[in-house]
Design a protein around this ligand. Structure first.
Ligand code: 0A1
Ligand code: ZN
Length: 849
């Protein structure tokens, strides 16, 4: 049954394009208020299509003139595009349109950021530039001429000439319109070169606003490492003479993989030790890699339609995760990814916005750039690699590149490649792409006559529109440990295919301790009723670093849940086990810092909800505070030692090793800070020569209630640097106590540097509020009301960012009646706003359920 809404688009309705496109020539006459776009496009009827309707997408365009084969025509215009009578043979389409980039605050299509022209065309932004079949299965080579007074004028592909007031670019690789890009402005570059393995000389540039030149070196190194890594790991070489990256301040997402001209949110490329944290450096390296890797997984092989988004995104996220694991620490990366997946994707899968990795319908595709499509999509690739092993995985990938280069492909094509390369049937595996929801895996075991049997049961709760779920293929990596801590059975991948299934291990002298779901081998929730002694044993002895960390996490969850539910005191066995670990200097400092991390309060709320109770965010916050205090008292001496021992004395480098030391030292600072009233934090703040140290100290000072002077000084020091000021806004809200979070946020929205026009700034303030779980969900409803006010104001300016931020409300139905009433009122108020965008309407409607 189809939705009554006329705008819902269904995967099942896909039909091939009626016309195919040959070379595209575009001329831009730049002007902030009236840019002219002149297009010349070769069309030919598509023999694979039943339709002869000539339809071109186009939104907010003023059509000046249109012609077919040189003859003026008068197309029929609508809000979505145009139709026109055309000959039944190849023909040349020409059009001239006018657009107003300076008035474009939605940041889709051609817009202006700080006086610079730039574009964002994914997913459907090209139709705001000119009339075109704006769908990813229509691919063409582009030639672009830019006319303007800007010093630097860039587009996709290779430079094809430039002169006074003009520049030309030619992109020989057929591409869909969503990969089109244009940038023009008074930019400066950080140049470099790269020679590909077959000897192609590539000119590399990072283009930035004057003043940002000194923040490009790290990004450039990351780019070169990515290029080498993709050659060595996947055999993929770069295919143009230039690779340009541009940093833009006003950008809705992280970055965009436009062919040969990646456009980055400046926060995802600019880096310096003074202004960026270790975490920023790691993220920048990963995003540069991600966009670069898209050149093959996304650009050379693209998606047939937007339902196939995970084809490029899941695979590219998987590839960037492999890259980070290779560049840094693989276990640390895996643990961080699992934390992120549970925090964002499991939450999505569990709520009103749950959707399959490959959705089968949407209203606004921009609302489907989600953790499910990206991160769960990447987990599915990881499971294929685990199931088939290294060699078969790369055999399949070679076949994928060979078979589909130049194609707009589907998930069916992708799975067929694996089937053909491995001889296996993936019919059941495909359910991972089609069924939403996180499977829950419960475990029981038995030991008799030397045989140890593990029995697993899988169950996926219903999700919107999908009441019934079928069993999935789940790769469960398992190892068995002896009572003395030795591993008796090394990691073995069990392939679960049934709703309930047993696996036996024989020849064992005694009952082993199982280590299940090693390296987080599948994106499932383990329901393993084990005891704390076993968890402490695994924390001390497991050979799998992920499961060692998981054992620690299970211990802390157990104590926190008992504190919240029963008012128990912090568990001393947990404190002892953690203390043993952090004292052990043979352990990786990054791993110890991760073990000191506490579960997100939102995740605790979800667990309490899953167990059939109503979570109280205030009680969760209080328990977390009590536990932190107990840890501080128990670990004081160790923390003092660790803080001193892990100070980095060498000059700052954003390396994994240095970052690990700073992370552990800053975790120790957080502990000491609870006992010394902020004295050490003040010393660190005063002496810090890098942002990692300075921000950790500032955060500690605010938590200790001693932040006022430091907050003011930090602002004074950094008021010229927009990215640092984003941090300044966020940290004050992240560290606010529950009752202070909304009032503090409200004050900050009145600060002269707050603006809803810049997505980074909006997110740094309102995103920080949404991330302060007890503050946002405060029983007063002030958090909900404030976010609703701001979203109502933002929607007419920037629908895409408004819609994304609505996800803050996705868990509203977990809470008590008072909170629910406040949340519902806030959501209904948003929905009742006149002329609310399609983006936000879809999100709020789905969230309300
Ligand atoms: N494809 C980009 C992310 C991106 C997606 C959508 C956008 O506008 C709706 C913009 C950027 C990536 O995966 O990096
Ligand atoms: Zn991507």
């Amino acid at each position: 049954m189809k939705d009554a809404s006329p705008q819902t688009i269904y995967l099942a309705d896909y039909t091939p394009p009626a016309f195919l496109v040959g070379p595209v020539t575009l001329t831009f006459r730049l002007d902030p208020e009236k840019t002219r776009v002149i297009s010349k496009i070769e069309f030919r009827p598509n023999p694979a299509s039943q339709s002869d309707t000539f339809f071109l997408h186009g939104e907010n365009l003023t059509l000046i003139r249109a012609a077919i084969d040189g003859q003026e025509v008068t197309p029929e215009l609508s809000a979505q595009g145009l139709t026109c009578a055309v000959p039944d043979r190849p023909f040349t389409w020409e059009a001239e349109v006018e657009i107003a980039p300076a008035a474009n605050t939605a940041l889709e299509g051609l817009y202006m950021s700080n006086g610079m022209y730039c574009t964002q065309c994914e997913a459907e932004g090209f139709r705001k530039i000119t009339y075109y079949p704006d769908r990813p299965d229509v691919m063409a080579p582009f030639t672009v001429r830019i006319e303007g007074r800007e010093k630097i004028m860039l587009s996709n592909g290779n430079p094809a000439g430039r002169g006074d007031g003009w520049a030309e670019w030619h992109d020989p690789w057929p591409k869909p319109a969503y990969l089109f890009a244009l940038v023009a402005g008074d930019l400066v570059n950080h140049p470099d070169r790269f020679t590909t393995k077959s000897g192609r000389e590539v000119e590399l540039n990072i283009w930035v606003r004057p003043g940002d030149e000194d923040k490009c070196a790290f990004g450039m190194e990351a780019l070169k490492k990515s290029m080498t890594w993709d050659e060595e790991t996947y055999g993929r070489e770069y295919d143009l003479d230039v690779f340009n990256i541009v940093a833009v301040d006003d950008f809705n997402m992280g970055a965009m993989e436009n062919k040969g001209l990646n456009i980055f949110n400046s926060s995802c490329v600019l880096a310096s030790p003074e202004t960026s944290t270790d975490a920023n450096f790691e993220r920048i390296e990963a995003i540069i890699a991600h966009e670069y890797f898209h050149n093959w997984t996304g650009n050379r092989i693209t998606c047939r339609d937007w339902f196939q988004l995970c084809l490029k995104e899941g695979l590219t996220v998987f590839r960037d995760a492999q890259f980070t694991a290779d560049m840094r620490s693989a276990p640390v990366k895996r643990i961080e990814d699992a934390i992120m997946l549970r925090g964002r994707q499991f939450r999505e899968d569990n709520g009103p916005l749950a959707h399959p990795v490959r959705p089968d319908s949407f209203v606004e595709i921009n609302n489907f750039y989600t953790a499910t499509v990206y991160e769960k999509g990447a987990e599915l690739i990881g499971m294929l690699k685990t199931l088939f092993g290294h060699d078969e995985y790369y055999k399949a990938l070679d076949l994928y590149f060979q078979r589909h280069d130049g194609d707009a492909a589907t998930i069916e094509d992708w799975l067929k490649v694996f089937e053909d390369a491995t001889g296996r049937d993936l019919t059941q595996f495909k359910r991972w792409y089609e069924q939403a929801g996180t499977p829950r895996l419960s475990i029981s075991d038995d030991f008799s006559n030397g045989t140890y049997t593990l029995t697993f049961k899988q169950e996926t709760p219903p999700t919107p529109g999908q009441p019934q779920k079928d069993p999935r293929v789940i790769p469960i990596a398992v190892g068995l440990l002896n009572p003395n801590g030795d591993e008796v059975v090394p990691t073995t991948v069990l392939e679960m295919t049934q709703a309930e299934q047993s696996f036996a291990f024989d020849g064992l002298a005694s009952r082993p301790t199982p280590s299940i779901l090693r390296d987080f081998s599948a994106p499932v929730i383990l329901e393993h009723k084990t005891d704390n002694a076993t968890r402490a044993f695994l924390l001390a002895n497991d050979t799998d670093p992920f499961n060692r960390w998981q054992a620690g996490r299970d211990l802390v969850l157990d104590t926190l849940l008992r504190m919240i539910r029963q008012g128990d005191a912090p568990d001393s066995a947990y404190l002892d086990a953690l203390h043993r670990l952090i004292r052990d200097d043979t352990q990786d400092p990054a791993f110890r810092a991760l073990a000191l991390g506490l579960p997100p309060q939102d995740e605790l709320a979800q667990l309490i909800h899953d167990a059939g109770a109503v979570p109280d965010p205030q009680a969760i916050w209080e328990a977390t505070e009590t536990l932190k205090q107990a840890r501080a008292e128990a670990f004081q001496d160790t923390a003092t030692r660790l803080y001193a021992q892990y100070q980095v004395t060498d000059p700052y480098r954003p390396s994994a090793e240095q970052a690990a030391a700073r992370r552990l030292a800053n975790a120790a600072l957080g502990i000491i800070n609870r006992l010394d009233g902020g004295a050490l934090a003040q010393r660190q703040f005063d002496g810090a020569d890098n942002m990692t140290q300075q921000l950790a100290a500032l955060s500690a000072l605010i938590s200790a209630g001693k932040g006022d002077a430091a907050v003011a000084r930090f602002y004074d020091q950094w008021k010229h640097d927009r990215l640092v000021i984003d941090k300044w806004f966020a940290i004050q809200i992240q560290n606010a106590a529950p009752q202070d979070a909304a009032p503090r946020t409200k004050d900050l929205t009145q600060h002269p540097d707050f603006t809803i026009r810049n997505p980074n700034r909006f997110r740094s303030v309102l995103g920080a509020l949404a991330g302060n779980s007890a503050g946002f969900h405060h029983a007063s409803g002030a958090g909900y009301a404030l976010l609703a006010d701001q979203l109502v104001a933002l929607d007419p300016v920037n629908p895409q960012t408004t819609a994304r931020m609505c996800t803050a409300f996705e868990t509203w139905a977990r809470y008590d009646a008072t909170r629910q009433a406040h949340a519902r009122a806030a959501l209904e108020r948003i929905l009742a706003t006149p002329d609310l965008s399609r983006d936000t309407t879809e999100m709020v409607t789905r969230i309300l359920g």
